[in-house]
Design a protein. Structure first.
Length: 463
């Protein structure tokens, strides 16, 4: 049925194993794989922050210093992680001088993410260059780490530039001061922060109070590290301009369409995606059928329990309705959805324009079948991730009885033909095993996001 193949787009999805996702729960195992891959590709690196994280006992952030000449090889490491089933997701956080990924760990029933920052510039370390840090690095197990002195200096500056929350830095600071001793730690803090802050730092940690009372750096010290000078200001403006252009040309957000007959679990799938993965995005928006920018177009939903109760429109009225629907999709994309995607947002549609191809009666469409097939080729965006949910007839009837057995069988077959004709569509069984279907949905979305690590960004966040 050619009309069901018109949604086919450019991006293909490889098979995903939900069982594999459930087994990846150890940060230390990931650290071993990452360190091995970096060394195999000849990448010199140094762990600046995250020793506690990689032992499964710390926060969820790891910072690695990497030389800029190794940028292209970093993407080879991303491919290694994908081959091993880890699905790294590139995060566009707008920070200059670094490339960030998030790596998912499933700890049922939640999904935990480990942030890995590849630092290619060190503007915050006034007293140390990248070469100095690399030359003084030390090996701890399978991972190269910065010297204790450089780790302390980096952590102090990062705490200042991020301006908190302090408690997540406190365990590492306590450990570093214990390793160095207060005298040596004070010398490093003086070189990094200045004498006043250094004295308060060693006094506070030496006597035991919480680091919450440690003051942030003065404006003069912030300027020293690139945040008050004209050079630092111009550099940040330039990097942000490149980031804006890159986001517009390649939006970092994700557009998902969920299709399937009534009772298959589309609303549940929407909630599962938002609950498990919203942390990867700055914002999320959900829609039903269309954006509803064209307010005068009547709602496409039929009365609850009777999706096909109203008769089809005339041929002319159906064509006008479909053109208005098409216009609404475009206006919604240009005025709202595109901006959300450029801001690293998540957009989910429970049914979308392509649903007219499978179930025209729901939309009272009585026009020629070629028109929705033709328009569907131009509905934005160009390559949405489409999830077609399916389940046995008995399971669907147990949830909802809005469709006749004949209509349900027809729609299930039509959705399957539609999915097989599209390279960016995945069929997901949402039958009796709800936990397995949830894991499959999360795996498919992560796989789609992870595919972007195979493409180098248009602009890298460097000077």
């Amino acid at each position: 049925m050619s009309i069901l193949g018109s949604w086919s787009r450019r991006t293909s999805l490889s098979p995903v194993s939900s069982a594999g996702l459930e087994s990846r729960i150890s940060a230390s195992d990931f650290a071993t794989l990452l360190a091995t891959s970096l060394e195999q590709h000849g990448i010199r690196y140094c762990l600046l922050q995250g020793r506690d994280t990689l032992s499964d006992n710390g926060s969820n952030t790891v910072d690695l210093a990497v030389d800029q000449s190794n940028v292209a090889r970093i993407f080879a490491t991303f491919r290694d992680l994908r081959t091993s089933g880890w699905n790294p997701v590139i995060v566009d956080d707008g920070a200059p001088g670094r490339l960030s990924i998030q790596v998912p760990f499933v700890q049922a029933p939640a999904v935990r993410f480990l942030m890995v920052n590849f630092i290619f510039e060190l503007p915050a370390l006034a007293e140390a260059s990248l070469a100095d840090i690399m030359n003084s690095r030390r090996r701890m197990g399978t991972v190269w780490t910065a010297s204790v002195e450089h780790e302390l200096a980096y952590l102090l500056i990062k705490r200042e530039l991020e301006a908190g929350p302090v408690p997540r830095f406190e365990p590492a600071l306590q450990r570093l001061l214990a390793e160095l001793g207060l005298s040596r730690a004070r010398t490093i803090a003086e070189a990094t922060l200045g004498k006043g802050c250094a004295a308060q730092l060693t006094q506070l940690y030496g006597s035991g109070p919480s680091a919450d009372s440690l003051p942030f750096l003065s404006a003069a010290v912030r300027a020293r590290h690139g945040f008050g000078s004209s050079v630092g200001w111009w550099r940040n403006v330039r990097c942000r301009s490149f980031r804006f252009l890159q986001r517009w040309l390649r939006p970092p957000g994700l557009f998902i369409v969920i299709l399937g007959p009534d009772g298959v679990g589309k609303s549940t799938a929407v909630n599962q995606i938002v609950e498990a993965l919203s942390g990867l995005f700055r914002e999320h928006h959900t829609f039903h059928c269309r954006p509803f920018i064209v307010r005068r177009l009547k709602q496409v939903q039929r009365p609850i329990g009777f999706p096909h109760i109203l008769p089809p429109r005339s041929s002319l009225a159906s064509m006008l309705f479909l053109l208005a629907y098409f216009l609404d999709c475009w206006l919604g994309y240009l005025l709202h959805t595109r901006n959300c995607l450029c801001r690293s947002g998540l957009v989910i549609f429970d049914r979308y324009f392509a649903d007219v191809l499978i179930d025209p009666e729901r939309y009272r469409y009585g026009g020629p079948p070629w028109l929705p097939e033709f328009l569907c080729r131009f509905v934005p965006p160009a390559n949405p991730l489409t999830l077609v949910l399916d389940a046995d007839d008995d399971v669907i009837f147990g949830r909802k009885r809005e469709l006749s057995p004949e209509e349900l069988s027809y729609q299930r077959e039509a959705y399957r033909r539609f999915a097989h004709g599209s390279t960016s569509t995945v069929i997901i069984d949402t039958g009796t095993n709800l936990e397995r279907s949830r894991a499959k949905i999360v795996s498919v979305v992560l796989e789609r996001l992870s595919q972007r690590t195979e493409t180098r960004p248009l602009f890298l966040p460097f000077k």
